[in-house]
Structures are given as structure tokens and as C-alpha cells.
Design a protein around this ligand. Structure first.
Ligand SMILES: *Cc1c(COP(=O)(O)O)cnc(C)c1O
Length: 401
């Protein structure tokens, strides 16, 4: 069959083979410990579910306004005001079917052939394909542990061309857990204004931060930078609502109106019931967030402590989100159980077979030296998983040498 050209630009996820293997191992009864999951392991809080049940029982089950019900837009406006000190009008808010969908709509409206969009790596897997599908070209800037996985300003300046249309920021970051400071964002904002490009600020993990730090959104640094920033957020991670599919965006009314037109001719409104649940999530009791973040922080602490004992494996200490992204390149180009490991895909495959641990190879995020662990799993699993990895890689290594 002859498919459209655009689909040829999207390659299959490099993690597909590993996921399939993990699945078939599990199906044959092997107890694979899964560190691959990108969603909280907590249940959606009860009061949020009840709001959805109420919506169903009251018959709130029909089409709604394409860009989201007024009640939810008001709740989102309230959130921006009270959490970030940012004022938005309802015409500057678009509710979509998840943060990913919001980003997709935005890319369709802002970017086209001939544009370049800067994406710092390690990046969330969906950024490059969403940019590519818009016709624009993702321009990847590599960052490493040496700068806490944050953009080096000179590297940013060097990547800018007359075609640069936007920069994606994700703080706290998936996969690294890195968080930009206010001062670092000020420098980036200065450059965005000087070279005239947009900022896409993916704030989906803004409330999942550790060590008492505060997460700054670049849009709060002044009216000029606010006017060229589009904030992506949603309820998926903060409220353990990944399956409900509610995300939202804030930004200039002109862009929101255009993105709403795209949405109106593709998905129409996001799910009516989930919108009611999202209102309750945003305006209702927030105490479960604290409980969840405390638990993620405990797991991160334990993970870091254990990893520090694994030879030369380096790991940036995540300051937010619920992942760890350790650098296992010390294991590369060496043989374990007669198998040579030369990159993150082979390492992930080895860990799956020999340690029965599923991780996501860093190459999926544009960094082959690392592998991603999701800490959205119980402490008991984390302990067991690290025991197994230690045994598979390090005890064996000692026997071999
Ligand atoms: C999970 C995630 C999103 C959005 O997820 P949705 O479920 O589509 O709301 C956006 N950005 C990053 C970095 C994520 O990890």
C-alpha cells in the first residue's frame, strides 16, 4: 500500500522490541520487574473519581465546547493565578485530550516546513516526532550530567539560526529530573527575546519536586517573555489521571483560537466526564500530592544511595518528576556473561534477560549513555530490581576480572 510521505518521517520507537520481549517474558510466567512505566503508581484520588460518577449520573455525557467547558477553563485560570501568579483570559486557554495532544495542536499551528525547533536532549520521546509531523525540523542540543542536564547558553546560541522558531523546555524533566533555576531561565528568556523565537514550556511535572525546591515557569519572568511562551500542563501526572486524557495549554489568544480550530476538526472536545473530574482535581483537596511527592522522594533517595555503591555508575540526582537517568556507559564495550554491551539498547536487553528488569534505553531520549528507571513502582520492587542489576552486572564483572 502507498502511504503518505509524512509517515515515513516517523520511525518506530526504538524501545518497541524491548517492550515486546518484556511482555512475552511476563506472559510466560517470568517475574519481570518493570521500571519502564511513565505514570504514577497511585490510584486517582477518590473525590476525583466521584466527580466523574456524578457527571455520568447527571447526564453530562454529550458534546461540550470544543476548547473545554467554561468551568474547567476557570479552574485552570485559577490554578495559574494561585500557583504561578499568571493571569490568563478564557480565550487564552485550550483544554485538549492530554498534554501530548495539546502539544500536537500547538506544533500544527506554530511550525511548518523550513522552521527549526530546538529540543535539548535528553528529551521526552514525543517531542521530535511531533515537531517532524508539523513539517519543521527538530534541532537537538545535547546536555550531560556535567551541566545537570541543562542547556549551556553558548550551545543554545550556537544552535540558533534565522529559521529558529521555538525552543522546548521541560522542567522538571522527563527523563532526567533536572529543574531549571529562575536565574537560568532568565538567561534563556533573554535569548528568546533577542532572537525572536517562542518558548514551549512543558510544566507537566511542576508539582513533583523534591528537597523543598520551587519550580519556576519561564512565563512568570515578565510580560514580554509571557507573550511568547506557551505553557503545556495537564492533570495526568499530578493527579494520577493518565488515562483520563485531560491536558491544557495557555498562551496568546490568536494561537489558542487557531489550535481550537485544529481540535474542532480532529477530536472535538475532550471527554466531558473527564473534564468534570479535572475541575475537581484542580479545585478540590490537594493533600494527596504531598503524599505522592514524599513517596517519590523517598524512592529517589534510596535509589541514589544504592547506585552510589555501584562502582563508577554516575547518576544525576533528580530534583523532580519520578524518574532516574543513570549513566551506565562504564559498562559499555565490556563483556558480561560473554556478551558485549555497546549501547543502551543492548544494556536494556541484557538487563531484561539476565536481571529480569525492564528499563527504557536512553537512546529513546537521545542519550545513549544512560537508561531510564521509572520510580513509579514500590520500594520493594526498587530494592529487588537494584539487587538483581548489581548481581547481573557487577558481581559477574568481578568474577570475570
Ligand atoms: C506524561 C508527559 C506529558 C503529557 O502526558 P499526557 O498524558 O498526554 O497528559 C507531557 N510531557 C511530558 C514530559 C510527559 O512525561
Amino acid at each position: 500500500m502507498k502511504l503518505a510521505k509524512r509517515i515515513g518521517s516517523i520511525s518506530p520507537s526504538p524501545t518497541l522490541a524491548i517492550n515486546a520481549k518484556a511482555k512475552s517474558m511476563r506472559a510466560s510466567g517470568i517475574d519481570v520487574l518493570n521500571f519502564g512505566v511513565g505514570e504514577p503508581d497511585f490510584d486517582t484520588p477518590r473525590h476525583i473519581k466521584e466527580a466523574a460518577v456524578k457527571a455520568i449520573e447527571e447526564g453530562f455525557t454529550k458534546y461540550t465546547e470544543v476548547a473545554g467547558i467554561p468551568e474547567l477553563k476557570e479552574a485552570i485560570i485559577h490554578k495559574f493565578q494561585s500557583d504561578n501568579g499568571l493571569s490568563y483570559d478564557p480565550s487564552e486557554i485550550l483544554v485538549s485530550c492530554g498534554g501530548k495532544h495539546t502539544l500536537y495542536n500547538l506544533a500544527q499551528v506554530l511550525f511548518e516546513e523550513g522552521d527549526e525547533v530546538i529540543v535539548p536532549a535528553p528529551y521526552w520521546v514525543s517531542y521530535p516526532p511531533i515537531i517532524t509531523l508539523s513539517g519543521a525540523k527538530p534541532v537537538i542540543i545535547r546536555t550531560t550530567e556535567d551541566t545537570d542536564f541543562k542547556l549551556n547558553i553558548d550551545d543554545l546560541k550556537n544552535a540558533i539560526t534565522p529559521k529558529t522558531k521555538g525552543l522546548i523546555l521541560n522542567s522538571p524533566s522527563n527523563p532526567t529530573g533536572s529543574v531549571y533555576s529562575k536565574q537560568e531561565l532568565e538567561e534563556i528568556a533573554q535569548i528568546a527575546m533577542e532572537y525572536d523565537f517562542y518558548i514551549i514550556s512543558d510544566d507537566i511535572y511542576e508539582k513533583i519536586v523534591f528537597d523543598g525546591i520551587n519550580c519556576t515557569c519561564i512565563a512568570t519572568l515578565g510580560p514580554e517573555i509571557k507573550s511568547r511562551t506557551f505553557i503545556i500542563n495537564g492533570v495526568s501526572k499530578t493527579y494520577a489521571m493518565t488515562g483520563w486524557r485531560i491536558g491544557y495549554m495557555a498562551g496568546s489568544a490568536e494561537v489558542i483560537s487557531a489550535a481550537t480550530r485544529i481540535q474542532s476538526q480532529s477530536t472535538s472536545n475532550p471527554n466531558s466526564i473527564a473534564q468534570k473530574a479535572a475541575v475537581e482535581a484542580i479545585l478540590g483537596p490537594q493533600d494527596h500530592i504531598k503524599m505522592m511527592v514524599e513517596e517519590f522522594e523517598k524512592r529517589r533517595n534510596y535509589f541514589m544511595e544504592r547506585l552510589s555503591k555501584m562502582g563508577k555508575v554516575r547518576c544525576f540526582k533528580p530534583q523532580g518528576a519520578f524518574y532516574a537517568f543513570p549513566n551506565f556507559s562504564v559498562c559499555y564495550n565490556r563483556s558480561f556473561k560473554g556478551r558485549k554491551i555497546s549501547g543502551s539498547l543492548e544494556l536494556a536487553d541484557f538487563l531484561l534477560e539476565e536481571a529480569r528488569v525492564a528499563v527504557v534505553p536512553g537512546i529513546a531520549f537521545g542519550e545513549d549513555n544512560c537508561i531510564r528507571f521509572s520510580l513509579a513502582t514500590s520500594m520493594e520492587h526498587i530494592k529487588k530490581g537494584l539487587d538483581r542489576i548489581e548481581e547481573a552486572l557487577f558481581l559477574i564483572e568481578m568474577q570475570d576480572t
